[in-house]
Design a protein around this ligand. Structure first.
Ligand code: SF4
Ligand code: SF4
Ligand code: SF4
Length: 491
């Protein structure tokens, strides 16, 4: 039962002291600052407090349970879930928190999978060995999210800025900064950041509505894959590839399923994107096209016009990760759809200007950019087409993208990209029942043309190969960071 319903506020304050949780203490001490900042209403503040309280209490109980055994395994975790009558994904999430807070050590046992398997899998998790670290009291030490910025592993997703209850994080040019004079040290930013730790197993369980641990291969959890292209002429004229992302938003606005969509548009500087709330099909058409410069979309989540939850979110894989992680953190963000786009890497604005310089293109003349067949293409309003091999500009990509393993937005409802489909078409991965419903409605309402992915060339094998290569590259960079004793995200 939720604590709110059964216990008094004074009593909760006392228990919070016992739990020795800096998160709960900061929320109590910072209540006036939070309400003054106006990001959270009083009701939202209490909802956040009580959800956080319940999770911290459960985490403390899990730690106490684990302390009573010299070594625990998966079976023990299952025992704890039945004692507490709580689902396994929540317990696995709390376990990743305990690990990230250096309270427990986890040794994973993996089984080799046939490398010829059609999903190109390599290992499957079969068990855990968990030990509580020496001299652990249960006290969690506050770490500022600034450590993620400083370690250059921040993806610039914008989530920390979007949920900060006193609005003291700014993401400028893709890099974050905390205003320490305003920060109340609640740690919410660090808690929800996809680059501190990512409870991928729990997130897969949410996607698949299961309590079982499965290996989902190179593309993550999914239901079906198709190749598709838009039938909407206005979108066809401006889109890159199949125009399916724009078609989803176009349909959702027209069918009045959403009032807003959180995405990106261009700022006053040519090709520098900025987070944007789209409010109409006209906005969809005017902001169509892929942007390769990092954009912290999720920083707009604190916009009051999103309060009723009647909106969709378009973003890259790191943003889809942050959104689904926030569900496990019980942040109560309400929205209709997560529309993920494929992403190999992104550039800072300076990096993008350097690419334009390299190919001798004037950034003000650029009308379209594209990545295809290992090359970065730039098209200008003067009719020129410039290209440069990706491997010659990889050094200009954001350094944090090196530790990103996700090509296909594995934690979206529906993922859209060009890899695997012929020119003028999109590859569409349906991941959740919500994504399936949306895709079916696009077909029924004659918005898109859809073909079976089995009939598409180069199709699944290429998509899996490139997704795998991103995972392998990421693992190499994680291993290097581990060797050099540098901070790296825990996936
Ligand atoms: S990865 Fe996202 S949540 Fe984490 S620090 Fe960077 S912008 Fe904030
Ligand atoms: S910056 Fe982070 S720790 Fe500081 S108030 Fe905002 S969310 Fe809390
Ligand atoms: S490569 Fe990963 S971290 Fe970089 S922008 Fe794309 S999804 Fe985000």
């Amino acid at each position: 039962m939720n604590s709110e319903k059964s216990l008094s506020w004074e009593f909760l304050k006392n228990v919070a002291e016992t739990l020795d949780s800096f998160r709960i203490r900061a929320l109590i001490d910072g209540k006036d600052d939070i309400l003054k900042a106006g990001i959270y209403s009083e009701d939202q503040y209490y909802a956040l407090y009580f959800e956080m309280f319940d999770l911290e209490k459960l985490k403390y109980e899990l730690l106490t349970f684990l302390k009573n055994k010299s070594k625990s395994n998966f079976k023990d975790l299952k025992t704890f879930t039945s004692i507490k009558r709580i689902d396994l994904k929540t317990i696995l999430f709390l376990l990743t928190l305990l690990k990230n807070e250096k309270l427990v050590s986890i040794e994973e046992l993996n089984e080799q999978i046939d490398p010829d398997d059609e999903k190109l899998s390599t290992t499957k998790l079969t068990d855990y060995f968990i030990t509580v670290n020496d001299n652990v009291t249960g006290k969690t030490i506050y770490e500022p999210v600034q450590v993620i910025f400083d370690a250059k592993i921040c993806s610039g997703c914008g989530m920390c800025a979007g949920i900060c209850p006193v609005n003291c994080i700014e993401i400028i040019n893709g890099f974050g900064k905390v205003n320490d004079d305003v920060c109340i040290r609640c740690g919410l930013c660090y808690y929800v950041c996809p680059r501190t730790s990512l409870p991928t197993t729990s997130m897969q369980m949410i996607q698949m509505h299961t309590n079982e641990i499965e290996d989902y291969g190179q593309l993550g959890t999914y239901l079906e894959i198709f190749s598709a292209q838009t039938k909407i002429k206005d979108i066809k004229n401006v889109c890159q590839d199949g125009g399916i992302t724009s078609s989803c938003l176009y349909y959702l606005f027209n069918s009045k399923q959403i009032d807003l969509a959180l995405g990106a548009t261009m700022s006053e500087d040519p090709w520098r994107p900025k987070p944007f709330l789209l409010g109409s099909t006209e906005d969809v058409i005017s902001s169509a096209g892929t942007k390769y410069v990092n954009n912290p979309n999720l920083s707009l989540l604190n916009d009051k016009s999103l309060l009723d939850g009647n909106f969709a979110i378009v973003g890259v894989p790191c943003q889809m990760q942050a959104l689904l992680k926030s569900k496990l953190c019980r942040l109560q963000l309400e929205y209709k759809y997560r529309i993920g786009i494929f992403c190999m890497e992104s550039f800072s604005y300076d990096g993008f200007l350097k690419i334009c310089n390299l190919v001798d293109a004037n950034v003000g003349d650029v009308i379209k950019t594209d990545i295809n067949k290992g090359k970065f293409f730039i098209y200008t309003n003067t009719g020129n087409e410039f290209s440069v091999p990706i491997k010659e500009i990889t050094h200009l990509a954001r350094p944090d993208c090196e530790v990103c393993y996700d090509l296909t937005s594995e934690f979206a409802d529906i993922s859209i990209g060009s890899i695997g489909s012929p020119s003028g078409w999109n590859t569409v991965i349906i991941r959740t029942p919500e994504g399936k419903k949306l895709y079916n409605e696009l077909i029924t309402n004659d918005i898109i043309e859809s073909v079976n992915y089995d009939n598409v060339k180069p199709g699944l094998s290429l998509l899996q190969k490139i997704a795998r290569s991103k995972k392998v590259k990421c693992q190499k960079h994680l291993d290097e960071k581990r060797k050099e004793n540098l901070r790296f995200p825990s996936y």
